[in-house]
Design a protein around this ligand. Structure first.
Ligand code: NAD
Length: 424
């Protein structure tokens, strides 16, 4: 049976897809897209369902089902994660693949979008079975992927160890070295520096550009962050190191607040020691609900979907909301923020730093050229700031919400590529 964590991540992504599809409905109508354009956006180019055998530790053979959808490759080879999840369906994979097309388009990197995965609960597999499932899946889809076709990456319950098995199996099939076939590899074997915190840092580059737009003083801006996992804790650490007062943070057990700013490295040690942020010396305990409406200038949801709703959006005191989590804001709350002139930086751009650094990893592998961390960060910054300014500029022209502008820009870029190719 799936555990709670499995269910959470899966439902977060479903919320994200629903939000995206409803946003797109409005955009298609307003842009007056033709039936040809709608059809082209509506249908994935290639969709694979594979069944493959795996010899389990018991000696018995079990059949597994895997999917890979290459949604659109007008702007470049398709790119997207591989997830292992017991409730994965082809419909989820298709929606998530389309989201990747949009995300790559909005940050203007030369990729289309894909997604894939295997219907399996990895927690029920031994390490050997996990490896055999990965290799079996790659043997099944191996002829359809490649550095100039479709490049997988880690996703829910797949990690750098699995990416190396993918690389190894693909190279066995091809009989040569092909490190650019997959991204998210360990740094010691064709990986890239800064990958582990690229999502958080990419968001912070965008945030600092947004602060300039709203005239916010960076030395005084107080930050509250919901979620203290990979994305939230890295964001807290980076902002603390930059000198921002991080006044509140939280995880699933609750949050802590200190109006003078928390000592984030010490809070991390406290969480390591006690398993929770609560009762951190020099702070007060708060609930996750209280964190969202606490007195701060910048609010960063970095945990779950559906946190900012019509029920609490009016009470939010931050002037900028940076969506590092997927779909943390409902459509109603988005409207409230727009009316209140709170700048909401949507997930599709705010948390795109990870895929941008994946693009760099692929590019390094193709050229056998390995960059220093400084170069990775400088290139990440350029891409994120340009993307933010593109979206912000369109918001200004259209007088619309930033999420709306981001999706519109992505759709326009995809259709433009299709037109240049002669497909429209
Ligand atoms: P994670 O599992 O490492 O961390 C999740 C955090 O959320 C944990 O600290 C957990 O305690 C906390 N949490 C769970 N329930 C909570 C609740 N009810 N209230 C407050 N906090 C709660 O996940 P992550 O990789 O940090 O991802 C966080 C979000 O960012 C997700 O929405 C994910 O889809 C999105 N995201 C992550 C990446 C990435 O590179 N990791 C990229 C894009 C988007």
């Amino acid at each position: 049976m799936p555990n709670k964590q499995h269910e959470r991540i899966h439902s977060d992504d479903r919320n994200l897809c629903q939000l995206c599809m409803s946003e797109l409905g409005g955009i298609y109508a307003d842009l007056g897209l033709t039936m040809d354009e709608l059809d082209l956006l509506d249908m994935p180019r290639r969709s694979f369902t594979v069944h493959f055998p795996v010899r389990m530790d018991s000696g018995k053979t079990k059949m597994f089902v895997g999917y890979r959808i290459q949604y659109n490759d007008a702007r470049g080879p398709t790119k997207g994660g591989i997830r292992f999840h017991p409730e994965l369906t082809i419909d989820d994979v298709r929606d998530l693949a389309f989201l990747m097309v949009l995300k790559c388009a909005v940050v203007n990197i030369p990729f289309g979008g894909a997604k894939g995965g295997v219907v399996v609960n990895p927690k029920n597999l031994s390490r050997n079975e996990l490896e055999q499932v990965t290799r079996g899946y790659i043997r099944a889809i191996g002829q359809f992927i490649g550095p100039d076709k479709d490049i997988p990456a880690p996703d829910v319950y797949t990690d750098e160890k699995i990416m190396i098995w993918i690389l190894d199996e693909y190279e066995r099939i091809r009989g040569r070295h092909v490190p650019a076939v997959v991204t998210g590899k360990p740094y010691d074997l064709f990986g890239i520096k800064a990958r582990s915190y690229s999502t958080s840092l990419g968001g912070i580059y965008v945030l600092e550009e947004a602060m300039k737009k709203v005239g916010m003083d960076s030395s005084r801006a107080r930050v509250a962050i919901q979620g203290f996992g990979n994305v939230g804790s890295n964001a807290a650490k980076i902002l603390h190191d930059k000198g921002y007062p991080v006044v509140a943070v939280s995880d699933s057990r609750g949050g802590i607040i200190s109006e003078d700013g928390l000592n984030i490295p010490e809070a991390m040690k406290h969480k390591d020691r006690t398993g929770s942020l609560r009762d951190f010396p020099g702070s007060r305990n708060i609930t996750n609900g209280e964190l969202l409406v606490c007195d701060c200038d910048i609010l960063i949801p970095a945990a779950l979907s559906g946190q900012l709703t019509a029920d609490n959006a009016e009470e939010v005191r931050a002037r900028i909301v940076l969506e590092l989590a997927n779909a943390p804001t409902t459509t109603d709350a988005d409207e409230v923020f727009f009316k209140k002139k709170v700048m909401l930086i949507p997930d599709i751009i705010a948390n795109a730093g990870g895929v941008v650094v994946s693009y760099f990893e692929w590019s390094q592998n193709l050229n056998n050229d390995y960059w220093e961390e400084e170069k990775v960060l400088q290139k990440l910054r350029n891409i994120m700031i340009t993307a933010f300014n593109d979206v912000h500029g369109l918001c200004h022209v259209e007088s619309c919400r930033m999420r709306r502008a981001a999706y519109q820009l992505a759709v326009e870029r995809i259709l433009h590529a299709e037109k240049l190719r002669g497909n429209l």
